[in-house]
Design a protein around this ligand. Sequence first.
Ligand code: ADP
Ligand code: MG
Length: 439
Amino acid sequence: IGKQVLNALKGEINEIDYQRYIKQLTYDEAESKSNIAVFRAPNTLIANWVRTKFADKIAHLFEIKTNVKPTVSILIQSTSVQSSVQNTVAVPNIERPGGSLLNPSFTFQNFVVGDSNNFAFIAAKNVSEKPGVVYNPLFIYGGVGLGKTHLMQSVGNVMLSQGKTVIYTSVEQFLNDFTRHLSNRTMDRFKDKYRKCDLLLIDDIQFLSNKNQIQEEFFHTFDALRNENKQIIITSDKPPKKIGGLEERLKSRFESGLVADIQPPELETKIEIIKKKCEINRVKLDREVINYVATIIENNTREIEGILSKLNAYSQLMGVDITIEFARNVLKEQMAEKRSNITTDLIMDTVAKELNIKPSEIRSKSRNSNIVYARRIAIYLSRTLTPNSMPQLAQYFGMKDHTAVSHTMKKIQELMKNDEDFRVKIEELSNKVSVATPE
Ligand code: ADP
Ligand code: MG
């Protein structure tokens, strides 16, 4: 069936894409189930490319044939070494002898430290040096893609290398494991497994919310481990207090060690993270392109690897270097999607917020230099990101006429040309606008 689907895809996409990517795939019948379709690609580039461009289509074609829309999983052919680029592919839930599936590239060395994550980093580092002693549990929380899993697994990798038993699990996996052992009447083994490890990593604990039976079980696991001074690290998208549907006694236990947050990275940190990812994935980008990529990614650093492999794949296919023009072109689509709903109001709000002034001030007649600066930027962004004409913008921003707008455009463009920092700031702002949602 996988073969049929790939054949059907042939009719839907262009010939070149088919030859370059789809033809390279093989369907892995043994690994596939009705709700998961597994394909093998010869390398990460092709795998990533298929995931981003064709996975949806493939799933859809399956659905047409089988009435079930499967998760499409593109794995690397098993002969090759597992790539360090981890993707959203569902990793089959196998219990390894060590009991954990840690990403070997999630290490402290590979973690870029900035103001936004410094506190959590130091906390994790301390825990790795004195597990079970300094803070237990360590509770790390923050938004998607800010490095929570990376940090917790860094501790895991340190301890694994010391021969300790490390378990990395999600709430779902913990729950499945529990249910399985319960129905097999092998709860002893379950308890042995989770209560006799040296380090328990539970990722995304917010999913414990409203699951009473497993909260109970987790509570006992938690106490058993802590009584033995075994380290527990927990991550969540919000602080313990804010997790709804969670027993009070669990909340208070989560708060009893150290609660550390991770904030969205500053631009500089983003740039460093990109450099790091380039190094790990052996992608060569010059400074200008790195800065540009930094402005496209929002807070979610997960996007980075996707972008890098996209750039890399394109440049290899076309046999050209990754210049800034090239990067802009390749990533245009990505930006266009984000930019479909932008209004002048939204731009004004975003700019005002960023520059710490009131939105109404932007449209005022004030000559205060901060406000003039903000107004110019808002005009520039409105002109580049919305379909408004210059006369329309002149009216909106209370300027004399369209020549005033055109003058502003020239000023900003000139500044951007001569001052790279400024350009990066503008690009970052324009990306902020692109993902902002009107309130
Ligand atoms: P979270 O668990 O918070 O959603 P992850 O830990 O999965 O985020 O991080 C997403 C991606 O971003 C990973 O590839 C991770 O290595 C990378 N990343 C995030 N923060 C950093 C950082 N400070 N330094 C290096 N890589 C980072
Ligand atoms: Mg995570």
